[in-house]
Design a protein around this ligand. Structure first.
Ligand code: PMP
Length: 353
């Protein structure tokens, strides 16, 4: 590689995703996937989409899916943007909406893709410290900055901001685009989509990867004022004219058509989260209150790395972070009941050994 290109590439500091192990006899609680399979109706819709139309390009605008999402959330179709997973939707938002002459603001502990996109698109950023108990304080986001982004609930802490707090943030920052990344909102939070018609600076991003069990299909979407969506469409059309494949379009539509399966898996995950939280507390863990499909917990007597390694020896993988302030915390994805029982047994053995 020439010196010139090598310097450009080496200046990028890419995101490192959680491990996707090549063996499948592990209990995988490290990347916040849904432990339940997609509904039969979704699988059938995907199978049906593999008919002889697969040789043709899909609809470049994915209008069928946009309309389904618009109907589901009671907004207009031109208020919906769809992409290949919410990571891609976020990438387009960073490029189209968040590059300003003032720095982008986000919490100091948050989704670690944000600084990566800033590096990729040449966006200055400033991190705002979380409170002692890992909460975002909306009052800290005044005066400064050109735009704001944060996950709600936050990742990897799982802490939720209420709609009231988000509204306060929007009122205090009417001159800034505010992006709320709701990857985990369906596990007990209230979506800010209900605010988009009132606050035209608000963009809400969601995904089908978590609550809809479709991480492998790669579908994400953004909802906001039509002008913000137009900005995203312009970037997308300059990047990839077919962001959604045919299977993803039909599978995603079928997911929005099956409310019962969606609600049922969310309820099951919330119940298991409460069971796990109780168990962790009884073993002496400090558990941050979670509204996501994972918990964030630390133990006074064992390092996160130690526990993660011991769990791995028992064929269970969880996540820990080599970062200041959170290096003592494990992030554990909520599994199904059997996985959770195995996890609880393994943790009891480790803590009481
Ligand atoms: N936002 C947050 C906060 C996440 O944790 C993730 C998952 N890693 C994403 C967005 C991206 O999810 P996906 O691309 O699968 O939609």
């Amino acid at each position: 590689m020439s010196q010139f290109w090598s310097e450009l590439v080496h200046n990028l500091d890419p995101y490192v995703p959680g491990e996707q192990p090549k063996v499948n006899n592990l209990i995988k609680l490290n990347t916040n996937e849904n432990p339940y399979p997609p509904a039969d109706s979704v699988l059938e819709a995907i199978r049906n989409a593999t008919d002889d139309k697969l040789k043709l390009y899909p609809d470049p605008n994915a209008d069928l899916l946009k309309q389904r999402i618009a109907d589901y959330f009671s907004v207009q179709r031109n208020q919906v943007f769809v992409g290949n997973g919410s990571d891609e939707v976020l990438a387009h938002a960073f490029q189209a909406l968040l590059k300003k002459d003032k720095p982008l603001l986000f919490p100091d502990i948050t989704y670690s893709f944000y600084p990566v996109y800033c590096g990729l698109y040449g966006i200055d950023f400033q991190t705002i410290p979380l409170d002692e108990d890992f909460a975002i304080n909306v009052n800290d986001y005044g005066d400064q900055g050109g735009a704001i982004i944060f996950p709600n609930p936050n990742a990897p802490t799982g802490r939720l901001l209420t709609l009231k707090e988000i509204e306060k943030l929007l009122i205090n920052n009417q001159d800034k685009v505010v992006v709320v990344d709701e990857a985990y909102i369906d596990f007990g939070g209230q979506s800010a989509i209900s605010l988009v018609n009132q606050y035209h600076n608000l963009l809400v991003i969601q995904t089908l990867s978590k609550s809809r069990s479709l991480a492998g299909l790669r579908v994400g979407y953004a909802i906001g004022h039509a002008d913000l969506i137009d900005g995203l469409e312009r970037v997308k059309n300059s990047f990839n004219s077919y962001p959604m494949d045919r299977l993803a379009i039909y599978g995603a539509v079928a997911s929005f058509d099956n409310e019962e399966a969606f609600q049922q898996s969310c309820r099951a995950i919330i119940n298991t989260r409460e069971t796990l939280t109780d168990k962790l507390q009884s073993l002496g863990f400090k558990v941050i209150p979670s509204t996501a499909n994972f918990v964030f917990a630390s133990h006074p007597d064992f390092s996160a790395e130690q526990i993660a390694q011991k769990l791995r020896e028992k064929a269970i993988i969880v996540r820990y972070f080599n970062k200041p302030r959170i290096n003592e915390f494990l992030r554990i994805t909520i599994g199904n009941n059997d996985e959770n029982a195995a996890l609880c047994t393994a943790l009891s053995e480790i803590i009481t050994s």
